[in-house]
Write a protein that binds this ligand. Structure first.
Ligand code: GSH
Length: 239
């Protein structure tokens, strides 16, 4: 049984309020691999100091990209992978990179740079904690993420400009999906899990911001988000 160290569920129809954690729980569901969740907010014990990571028997695997590669190598890839052309596989690789190395930081900026958004997000993220700890955890997370955004570069742009970069990523990802039901075409592939982790973390959050409006402008993405949720995450509370 795989143990998935992940961020705690906070509702909203999300498997996890982290694109990378949601991606790995979703791929485990898509591959029908038995697993149990070990939720927590701290990455201090994680082998690479980031969530998610997994234990597969005695083996520890960190980083969502490495985890997917490990699952595919040990359990076999999803059937749809074999039907991808090399060109399509390359396009999906780039779309996933855009989501995880560019859009991700804009999601964080939208959540944490705007006061109203930060309050809404932090309230639900810390809801299960003792009341006294909540403001402290919120302040620490805000400080850490503000530093990360600055060091990565997204935080050096005015928020409106950063958001536009995220909107451009979303527009491009919508074009990659086109009229297909899945990013894999007729069948879902691992990139569906990765992109759902990112886009569901925009679509299902209680933040009515630029990024959600950008997703709403693409009916193909909205339909695909619902398709994934219905097939693989219908048990997750929307509260
Ligand atoms: N490249 C990593 C990124 C994981 C990541 O950024 N995780 C965030 C949560 S969304 C984290 O653990 N942040 C804690 C920290 O930076 O201390 C992956 O694909 O797993």
């Amino acid at each position: 049984m795989i143990v998935l160290h992940t961020m705690p569920r906070i509702g909203w129809g999300l498997l996890a309020p982290s694109p990378f954690c949601a991606k790995i729980e979703l791929i485990l569901r898509m591959m029908a691999i038995p697993h149990r969740l070990a939720p927590g907010l701290s990455a201090a014990d994680a082998p690479r100091k980031k969530l998610p990571w997994i234990e597969d028997g005695a083996l520890v695997v960190a980083d969502s990209e490495r985890i997917v590669a490990h699952l595919e190598a040990t359990r076999g890839p999803l059937p749809g992978e074999a039907r991808l052309t090399d060109a399509r596989r390359a396009t999906l690789h780039l779309a996933r990179r855009a989501a995880e190395e560019s859009l991700y930081f804009v999601i964080v900026a939208e959540r944490w740079s705007d006061d109203a958004h930060r309050r809404a997000y932090a309230r639900d993220l810390t809801a299960s904690m003792p009341a006294l700890a909540r403001p402290l955890v919120t302040r620490m997370a805000h400080r850490m993420l503000t530093q990360q955004l600055w060091q990565q570069g997204t935080g050096r742009h005015p928020l409106a400009e950063a958001l536009q970069r995220g909107v451009d990523d979303i527009d491009a990802i919508a074009r990659v999906l086109g009229d297909e039901p899945w990013f894999g075409g007729a069948d879902p592939v691992a990139v569906d899990a990765a992109l759902w982790g990112s886009l569901a973390n925009i679509w299902y959050t209680p933040i009515d911001g630029h990024l959600k409006r950008a997703v709403a402008g693409h009916p193909n993405l909205v339909g695909w988000l619902a398709r994934v949720a219905e097939r693989y995450a219908s048990d997750v509370s929307r509260e």
